[in-house]
Design a protein around this ligand. Structure first.
Ligand SMILES: *[C@@H]1O[C@H](CO)[C@@H](O)[C@H](O)[C@H]1NC(C)=O
Ligand SMILES: *[C@@H]1O[C@H](CO)[C@@H](O)[C@H](O)[C@H]1NC(C)=O
Length: 469
């Protein structure tokens, strides 16, 4: 039934689309430009084509095509696909093919014919248990191949030979069965210049090699006598069922970004680390990451160098954690950060200096934090005042009670307007309870105004609230 109705639907679509396809043909360049502008709207229904299998093969991948910085992406993620979409239904040969989160099981010979321009191929989170030797035939330009989170028990080095430019190969979270057939692959991965091929991948079997990294295993251990002679002993009694789910490898003390997060290339490199039970920022965040979502974890503390190296980061989402502290240098170097989401944490204030490198920030989410309206919060307000281009939200005093619900900016404003002498009297008791804090905050404010305020804003009143005498 379903097949019939989708056939019908496809033919209808074909009829509807035909005129527009015909009209688009001559103006190929324009079509491309349109795609560039419309981005995701340009949905290409796979209407089939006259392929090598003869009559038009009906595929309805409903992939979307988009152009980002001149590169054509074909986004077929999460569409329950059981086969590779046919090529040539796209306006231009894609450079990036995104097939993550589908139901592919087998990659047949020449599976990607028609996709010879690909430089990246994302096949993560499928059910792939078999890659035929010629599956990647023709992908001579491919530099990145993502096969993590699949069900591969074995892979021959032969399968990689058609891809001389491969630089990044992800194989982790597959139930690798580290036996003789893996010998050539493992030796290839271990060649020192293949530094980004197969990192993190571990053997799921045989028992004697379980959990060992493919990168580190001694290849001599793979082809033991028993395996070679093929007698049904030893390892053969402990086969790894390729369709079994792999137990995730439990995090050791330090979670690693590549294994604890999902990485997507679409349309820029993005790491999804939501809800991974992280108690700290994972290490090894790759340098080329553009977006990181660390929301819904239990991170309490951002530390210096947590994002060291991730210099191209544009969005950072740390909302819905338990963050109490942000060390001064934890966001340093993030010169290109545009969006920072700190909402729904346990922050009382943001330390002086934390935001200093965020020259291009345009959005800052701060809601759902128990901001304390005392001196420590002034930095935040001054910084925002000096960066009027930053849209921010949620900066409300939670305490002390007299300021609860008030906006922090309002609090600082009224604080500054009050006559310093009066304040000195009215707040004497409070100040004396924590002179240390008072002094520090005063210094901070002085420093801030000196360092940050453009000279024309510096007025004699700068020192109006210094009253330490
Ligand atoms: C950050 O993550 C939360 C929860 O996952 C989401 O609601 C929010 O929109 C995200 N923030 C940004 C700036 O994308
Ligand atoms: C914080 O998150 C909780 C749970 O998702 C939600 O109930 C609450 O409304 C959030 N608060 C804010 C200010 O976003």
């Amino acid at each position: 039934m379903q097949v019939t109705s989708s056939l019908l639907l496809a033919s209808l679509l074909l009829l509807l689309l035909l005129p527009s396809i015909e009209m688009k043909r001559p103006g190929k360049g324009r079509g491309l430009r349109e795609a560039r502008h419309k981005l995701t709207r340009d949905r290409m229904r796979g209407v089939g084509r006259h392929s090598r299998s003869g009559p038009s093969r009906l595929v309805a991948p409903d992939c979307s095509e988009l152009t980002e910085s001149g590169d054509v992406f074909l986004d077929c993620q999460g569409r329950r696909l059981t086969s590779i979409p046919t090529s040539q239904t796209w306006s231009a040969q894609p450079k990036h093919l995104l097939l993550a989160r589908n139901r592919l099981k087998v990659l047949r010979e020449d599976a990607f014919s028609g996709f010879e321009r690909l430089t990246s191929l994302d096949l993560q989170q499928n059910l792939i248990f078999l890659v035929e030797e010629g599956a990647f035939q023709g992908l001579t330009r491919l530099t990145t191949l993502l096969l993590q989170h699949n069900r591969l028990g074995t892979l021959s080095e032969e399968a990689l030979i058609p891809m001389p430019n491969l630089r990044h190969l992800r194989l982790y979270d597959n139930p690798w069965n580290c036996l003789c057939p893996m010998d050539s692959l493992i030796r290839t991965l271990q060649v020192p210049s293949n530094r980004n091929l197969g990192n993190y991948a571990r053997c799921a079997g045989p028992t004697r090699l379980k959990s060992m990294k493919l990168k580190q295993i001694d290849p001599k251990l793979l082809c033991k006598e028993t395996d070679l002679t093929g007698d049904q002993q030893g390892d053969q009694t402990d086969p790894v069922d390729p369709v079994d789910h792999v137990e995730p490898i439990p995090f050791r003390s330090k979670p690693d970004a590549t294994t604890s997060c999902h990485t997507y290339l679409f349309p820029q490199i993005r790491m999804d680390c939501r809800n991974r039970g992280l108690t700290e920022v994972p290490t090894g965040i790759p340098e080329d990451v553009v977006h990181i979502d660390l929301s819904h974890n239990s991170i309490r503390h951002l530390k210096a160098r947590n994002f060291h190296g991730a210099r191209g980061l544009r969005t950072l989402n740390i909302s819905h954690n338990n963050m109490e502290h942000i060390d001064t240098a934890s966001l340093s170097g993030l010169l290109h950060l545009r969006e920072l989401d700190l909402s729904n944490n346990s922050l009382h204030f943001v330390k002086y200096g934390v935001l200093e490198d965020l020259y291009f920030l345009s959005q800052l989410k701060l809601g759902g934090n128990p901001w304390v309206c005392d001196y420590s919060i002034h930095y935040m307000v001054y910084w925002l005042r000096l960066h009027p281009g930053v849209r921010h939200s949620g900066l409300l005093c939670r305490s002390p009670p007299e300021h609860t619900g008030e906006s922090v900016a309002q609090y600082v404003h009224s604080y500054n307007r009050e006559c310093p002498k009066d304040r000195q009297h009215s707040r004497t008791d409070q100040d004396q309870t924590d002179p240390e804090l008072w002094n520090t905050a005063m210094e901070v404010q002085g420093e801030l105004e000196e360092e940050l305020e453009p000279s024309h804003l510096r007025a004699p009143q700068k020192y109006q609230i210094i009253r330490l005498s």
